[in-house]
Design a protein around this ligand. Structure first.
Ligand SMILES: Nc1ncnc2c1ncn2[C@@H]1O[C@H](COP(=O)(O)OP(=O)(O)OP(=O)(O)O)[C@@H](O)[C@H]1O
Ligand SMILES: [Mg+2]
Length: 272
């Protein structure tokens, strides 16, 4: 879903369309994700140095940047696996940075997360991996879970591999199973960390198609971290380019192409 009012913003510019941030526990829904002034350092290393981003319901934002720019850290902050040093993270109107574990776990159920390395449980079968969040977070019976797992695996084209172990799967298959697991609780927000990294161009294209299909079926807000510009162009409504801890620019691919920002031009040239 594209939002015509969203324009290209260079770092430091204010968006006139920036919605107000709701206080913690606010009832109003608001955009799926609002990040304001996010800072994160590890010892003396500044990784994120004031990140502002908004993702609306039904919209897909691709976050691009060179290796080590903090893309995975950004997703981990949103899912609450790491805490920011300062700044605000609002999920559907709720500020999450100060939440305790129980409350954060509730919010996490609204979010599906595909880790950079797919992160399947090695000792569990494909079926058990996808059933895991259902077992943990729902009151489904075993047979209901079985049906749901089959449905999820069918949606990613893996229905024939229920009994396989993760080590018996190719990289692309592992990503598919990771996607099925991320979708298990029917999340409103999907966070994908490098869904096509390490895959050949044809398999990457298949994963992109799959992501587009799943987005259409589930109407989620998605944040896709990638350094695959082709993939970003295919699956995202908007792109945000991270560099030196900041969002250098955000907008549609066409808008980024028009930018006279030197770093942006260089990035697009190298990756196209
Ligand atoms: N828990 C941690 N402790 C210390 N440093 C960390 C930690 N997590 C991440 N970092 C550092 O933060 C920086 C950003 O890491 P991050 O994994 O977010 O990069 P990235 O943009 O995802 O890179 P890539 O494209 O290679 O996946 C790196 O220098 C990394 O070493
Ligand atoms: Mg990463």
């Amino acid at each position: 879903m594209r939002h015509p009012e969203q324009k290209t913003l260079l770092a430091g510019e204010e968006s006139a369309a920036t919605p107000a941030i709701e206080s913690a526990g606010g009832k109003s829904d608001g955009p799926a994700v609002i990040l304001r002034g996010l800072h994160k350092s590890f010892d003396s290393q500044i990784v994120l140095d004031g990140i502002d981003l908004t993702v609306e319901d039904g919209e897909t934002l691709a976050v691009l940047g060179r290796s080590g720019t903090g893309k995975s850290v950004l997703l981990k902050l949103i899912i609450g696996l790491q805490k920011p040093d300062s700044g605000s993270i609002c999920i559907h109107g709720q500020e999450i940075t100060l939440l305790h574990l129980d409350a954060m776990n509730e919010i996490r159920k609204k979010m599906g997360f595909l880790f950079q390395q797919a992160a399947l449980y090695d000792s569990l079968t494909v079926e058990q991996n996808v059933a895991f969040p259902l077992k943990r977070h729902t009151k489904m019976t075993k047979s209901e879970r079985g049906d749901r797992v089959k449905e999820l695996l069918a949606s990613v084209g893996m229905e024939g591999d229920l009994k396989k172990m993760p080590s018996d799967l190719s990289g692309g298959m592992q990503k598919r199973v990771g996607l099925a697991r991320a979708l298990a609780l029917d999340p409103g927000i999907l966070l994908l960390d490098e869904p096509t990294a390490g895959l050949d161009p044809i398999t990457s294209g298949e994963i992109d198609e799959l992501i587009l299909k799943l987005q259409a079926e589930h109407d989620m807000a998605s944040i896709v971290v990638t350094h695959d510009l082709h993939s970003a162009k295919t699956i995202a409504d908007r792109l945000a380019l991270l560099h030196e801890g900041k969002v250098q620019i955000e907008g549609s691919f066409k808008e980024l192409e028009k930018s006279d920002n030197e770093f942006v031009a260089e990035f697009l040239k190298r990756d196209s």
